[in-house]
Design a protein around this ligand. Structure first.
Ligand code: GTP
Ligand code: MG
Length: 417
């Protein structure tokens, strides 16, 4: 049997400029695509007189007729619907209705692989459902049936028997499980922190090229192996789980790099909350590489969205380098970098050297220190190898004479010799 993608239509109420609205609708098509849906048509309306069912009565008839004639049974809306809007629209159309939030939650549910990610998504889905349960069982079972994912189906079926309190209990239990998984993750993180390595995190809007950049760093790293590569795809939310890698690109010292889940505008709040622990990798970073798809005309909006989301998860004050990626797609020369931004192409590798230099310019104090490390202080030699860049090194009678650049706290220790 040939697998057929689910046929859906998208529906948006225009409440912003034409340009903005069109891009948001385009993004919704991509989100639907990331959920294996085929968008057959797109409908829009400018501010309806009544918002009780999201769109007006005339538009409802138009959508309903189209869907009947074209064998479509699911409608995806651009905005998150209130519980009553969802119920009203579902009843009026007699079709499964999914709002953008439910769609994003579904993408996450389908992509989640690790135990932690699965738990996080389930919590977020239940939290989304909780206020929408009362009196809207039909809308919900229809929505869950339409999605047919393992998790949604389970929720759809059990939802009928679950009362609100049991749902709350389940959220509570899931959160407890999550706390346990989170503790294990914290142990690993503490271990890394103890090593004292420079901790850098890739963050940014979804599909900006974070994972491609991670792989680019890995490809020039001394300790590379193919299995360390991360998954890359031209699709929204290709990455759901944080990957942490140790990268060593001589003459720079090794550093820790984390690839994180991408952001999208109006990321459902329960999802941000649920994914907070996954994002702790970013929260605890010394430096953020904020990756931007510079070839996307909407990139200023993406930058704002990313910064707002970072702020929300408590990573708003970590220093960042704005990495203007996909520069191979635009004909601008690579020299015109700003003070806190740099143009690169993760795909071709252009600008990567400059980016590494910038990262360590940030890490190192401006000073070049000449120091004689006595033979009985090999502990310090280890520190230099781990965290500094050696510009020159000679063996003398008393020890090693070195000229190094490094983080301030290491230089301070070296000066005490
Ligand atoms: N032309 C071009 N394409 C790029 C560049 N970097 C990444 N891409 C493409 O952009 C798409 C998304 O890349 P990813 O690395 O998966 O993006 P991401 O930021 O990790 O995305 P999510 O994990 O979904 O948040 C892929 O098709 C990449 O090949 C670049 O510098 N130039
Ligand atoms: Mg990715």
């Amino acid at each position: 049997m040939i697998f057929e993608k689910q046929r859906v239509i998208i529906l948006g109420v225009r409440d912003t400029s034409n340009e903005h609205f069109n891009r948001a609708m385009e993004e919704l098509v991509n989100l639907a695509g990331a959920c294996d849906m085929d968008v057959v048509a797109s409908f829009q309306q400018t501010s309806p007189s009544s918002t009780a069912a999201y769109i007006g009565a005339g538009k409802i008839d138009e959508v309903k007729n189209f869907c009947q004639d074209n064998d479509v049974n699911t409608v995806v809306t651009l905005h998150e619907l209130s519980p009553s809007q969802l119920r009203n629209l579902d009843e009026a159309l007699d079709l499964a209705v999914l709002d953008r939030t439910a769609l994003i939650l579904e993408i996450f549910a389908r992509r989640a692989k690790s135990k932690e990610a699965k738990l996080q998504v389930e919590v977020a889905q239940l939290q989304y459902q909780l206020p929408r349960m009362i009196g809207s069982y039909t809308a919900y079972s229809r929505q869950a049936g339409s999605l047919g994912s393992v998790q949604s189906r389970g929720i759809g079926e059990t939802k009928l028997e679950l009362d609100r309190r049991r749902l709350e209990r389940r959220i509570f239990e899931l959160n407890q499980d999550l706390q346990l998984v989170g503790q294990q993750r914290q142990v690993q993180r503490r271990k890394r922190k103890k090593q004292g390595l420079f901790n850098v995190a890739l963050v940014g809007y979804t599909n900006a090229g974070k994972s491609t950049l991670m792989n680019r760093f890995l490809s020039v790293s001394q300790n590379k192996t193919a299995e360390k590569e991360v998954f890359v795809k031209d699709q929204l939310f290709a990455t759901l789980e944080t990957s942490v890698r140790n990268i060593h690109i001589p003459p720079y010292p090794p550093f820790i790099l984390s690839d994180t889940v991408g952001f999208v505008s109006d990321l459902p709040h329960p999802l941000i909350k649920a994914f907070r622990s996954t994002l702790e990798e970013a929260i605890e970073a010394d430096l953020l590489l904020h990756v931007v798809d510079f070839s996307d005309p909407d990139h200023p909006v993406h930058i704002d969205t990313t910064r707002k989301t970072l702020h929300e998860i408590g990573a708003g004050s970590i220093p960042e380098i704005l990495v203007l990626n996909k520069s191979d797609r635009i004909s601008l020369n690579f020299t015109a970098d700003g003070q806190d931004s740099i143009r690169i192409s993760a795909l071709t590798g252009a600008g990567i050297d400059g980016l590494i230099r910038r990262m360590f310019d940030y890490r190192f104090s401006g000073e070049v220190l000449d120091v004689l490390l006595p033979y009985d202080r090999m502990d310090l030699l280890f520190l230099v190898q781990q965290e500094c860049m050696t510009l020159s090194s000679f063996e003398e009678d008393m020890g090693y004479r070195m000229s190094v650049k490094g983080p301030q706290h290491i230089l301070t220790r070296l000066k005490e010799v």
